[in-house]
Design a protein around this ligand. Structure first.
Ligand code: ADP
Ligand code: ASP
Ligand code: MG
Length: 491
């Protein structure tokens, strides 16, 4: 069994969906047993959120956004399907659209939207796209079987980024898939799940990758394929570094690190179920299906000397500095600090502690900065009163850049190379951390320096021959785990 996941851009129009159907048909010739996971059509999740926001502000313009969403889907169904199947699909889309209209109308009447309602609204994107893809497969003679993941992916009620109850979900998935016949080709809604009370939840923006990994782990898949719009995982985001090129192979740990620090091509939690069950994850380009992409797996030969694998970056970060003599040598300060943030469900991206122990510095997403400051002040109210902690300082408009690579531990001078390059180009470094696994070195810089810093570091760490060029078509340079090689344009 293989899992094939198609992202929003891969199902962004009737032509793109036809391309997906071709890819699935071709894939099935090699391996009959497949399950497909799809995201919402490109842009639809944002439009759904926009419709919800308009309705919550009692703005009747929600109807226009709603109509545009519905038309995109009926347009796809009409372009892809014929005869009775088309009529059936249009009926289904109309009924689903009616449910969406009811939900939006409720929000409009109340003049506010709850996190649960927001998740419910977003779920329509994947529900519509998966249904259409399942029908498009039928049109091509395959037995597409629409599967609403809410029936099998069980989560807590942390709306917006629900935590999946993995063991329970695995059992549900196995039972459901076992019930389908050999010919069935499940087409599963990515991104969504449900609580034990049946409330719709979402797994976090970009979460369809995670759905694919959950199904892969439940079904002991031989491989999880993530089909997207770039040639696999590149040495940096190609939208930020033009010379970025494909990485041929990377370890689960490297992939986790790249994803954690902003490589949107993989949603961070995706790697865990795959790693746990040792299932290779392959990142492929649906616009360039012949290209081998990137394989993420555990059993890679060790690298010889330091070779950075890639660069990731996160924008809109805030740094919180907790300073004072009360931080020195007092056991449990860090535990209290993180405990306070965890209670507020604030994710800490990065931590450093000066060797004097006088300061702990941590990074969170900017949108959580004010709440994080309050949470820390509340936890340390007494210490602040006694003057043992001077202040909780917040610095905004920052970005984190992570240099990721397996072998940093064994190679002296990597940090010197990183800081030397940044210094030469005049990039001011606000903070530095090195993961204890030594899998990454991260630096905090001003948001406005992010692109410059990425470009500078990329030039310093990935020097490459003149003629090479990144491409989403045809040949491309790839970096194998042991060095640079020119990959053939074949799988
Ligand atoms: P999908 O809709 O297929 O899930 P996403 O937009 O979520 O696609 O992810 C693909 C995008 O991730 C790419 O278009 C690219 O801009 C971005 N990206 C960020 N970092 C990287 C990286 N290191 N390698 C490849 N793509 C990256
Ligand atoms: N459609 C969802 C989003 O836009 C999930 C995904 O694309 O993976 O975030
Ligand atoms: Mg994605």
């Amino acid at each position: 069994m293989r899992i094939l996941k198609f992202g929003g851009s891969s199902v962004g129009s009737p032509d793109r969906i036809r391309n997906v159907v071709n890819l699935i048909a071709g894939s099935r010739e090699r391996d009959h047993s497949l399950a497909v996971v799809v995201s919402a059509i490109q842009g639809i999740t944002n439009e759904l959120l926009e419709a919800g926001a308009l309705a919550s502000h009692c703005d009747p313009a929600w109807r226009e956004t709603y109509t545009s969403i519905v038309e995109k889907h009926t347009g796809c169904a009409e372009a892809l399907l014929s005869g009775a199947r088309r009529a059936e699909a249009t009926d289904y889309a109309a009924k689903t659209a009616e449910d969406l209209a009811v939900a939006l109308h409720e929000i409009f009447s109340a003049g506010r939207i709850s996190p649960a309602q927001s998740d419910h609204i977003m779920s329509f994107g994947e529900r519509l796209s998966a249904y259409i893809v399942s029908q498009a497969l039928r049109e091509r003679g395959m037995r597409g079987e629409y599967l609403d993941a809410r029936e099998v992916v069980k989560t807590d009620d942390n709306f917006g980024r629900a935590r999946v109850h993995l063991d329970e979900s695995y059992r549900e998935i196995m039972a459901r898939i076992a019930g389908y016949g050999h010919e069935a080709l499940p087409v599963i809604t990515g991104f969504i799940g449900a609580t034990s009370l049946g409330q719709t939840t979402t797994l976090g923006r970009g979460g369809s990758d995670y759905t694919a990994a959950i199904f892969g782990a439940a079904l002991q898949a031989s491989e999880i394929e993530i089909w997207t719009d770039v040639n696999g995982v590149l040495t940096a985001d190609p939208k930020k570094v033009e010379s970025a090129f494909s990485i041929q192979a990377m370890t689960y740990e490297e992939a986790m690190e790249m994803a954690h620090f902003g490589a949107r091509v993989i949603y961070p939690p995706t790697i865990r179920p795959a790693l746990h069950k040792r299932i290779p994850v392959r990142i492929l380009n649906s616009f360039n299906p012949g290209f081998a992409g990137t394989v993420i797996r555990g059993d890679l030969p060790p690298k010889d000397g330091f070779l950075a694998t890639g660069l990731s970056s996160l924008e809109q970060i805030a740094l919180l500095r907790v300073e004072g003599s009360g931080m020195i040598g007092v056991a449990g300060v860090a535990a209290r600090l993180f405990g306070a943030l965890a209670r507020h469900r604030i994710n800490v991206i990065f931590v450093t502690q000066a060797s004097s122990e006088h300061t702990i510095c941590l990074a969170v997403e900017s949108r959580f900065a004010a709440e994080a400051k309050l949470a820390i002040e509340e936890e340390f109210r007494a210490e602040l009163g006694w003057g043992e902690i001077d202040d909780v300082l917040v610095e905004e408009n920052l970005a984190i850049i992570a240099v990721v690579g397996e072998n940093m531990r064994n190679t002296p001078g990597v940090a010197a190379k990183v800081f030397g390059a940044l210094g030469k180009d005049g990039v001011n470094i606000v903070a530095i951390a090195q993961g204890s696994s030594e899998l990454n070195i991260s630096v905090v810089v001003s948001n406005k320096d992010e692109k410059l810093a990425l470009g500078t570091l990329h030039d310093a760490l990935f020097p490459r021959p003149e003629a090479a060029s990144r491409s989403s078509h045809g040949k491309a340079f790839t970096q194998a785990t042991g060095g640079l090689s020119l990959a053939d344009d074949t799988r």
